[in-house]
Design a protein around this ligand. Structure first.
Ligand code: ZN
Length: 143
């Protein structure tokens, strides 16, 4: 899964990712906990599955962390697979897709697409001021 945005992504894998929220969360979780789980609150490294899909819960302080927290996908108001589609096209796409075209392809409002596209572009510009997780997720898109 991790290799999806590295090198030449497999079209089939991308398609899967662009149609499934679950796959997107799995993808983010793999990047986030690539080097294992560390609780952000207490530093404990043991976890059990959280309530939300692909989230993890600290066995000590019970803090739950979602794969999206600390990434540009956190609190996204529309399905995350659509956000992935926009992010991928903005970061790696060969064509400059307009926000009207994104809106048409994804059945979203143009303003929604414009807001998210702008968020990604700003994030790319401000890479240095991002948290490690955000950086990682963006770099993965960029490679
Ligand atoms: Zn903890």
């Amino acid at each position: 899964m991790k290799a999806i945005f590295e090198g030449n992504p497999d079209v089939k894998e991308l398609e899967e990712l662009f149609h499934s929220d679950d796959k997107c969360l799995e993808f983010l979780a793999e990047i986030k906990w690539e080097h294992g789980f560390i609780c952000r609150k207490c530093g404990n490294t043991n976890h059990c599955p959280g309530k939300a899909p692909h989230s993890r819960r600290c066995t000590k302080c019970k803090t739950e962390e979602s794969p999206t927290s600390g990434t540009i996908f956190h609190n996204c108001k529309f399905p995350i697979h659509k956000a992935f589609y926009i992010a991928y096209n903005v970061c790696k796409g060969k064509e400059d897709v307009s926000t009207y075209e994104f809106a048409r392809r994804l059945s979203l409002r143009q303003m929604t697409c414009w807001n998210f596209k702008t968020k990604i572009q700003n994030a790319l510009r401000a890479m240095d001021s991002l948290s490690e997780n955000e950086k990682t997720s963006i770099q993965k898109f960029f490679q």
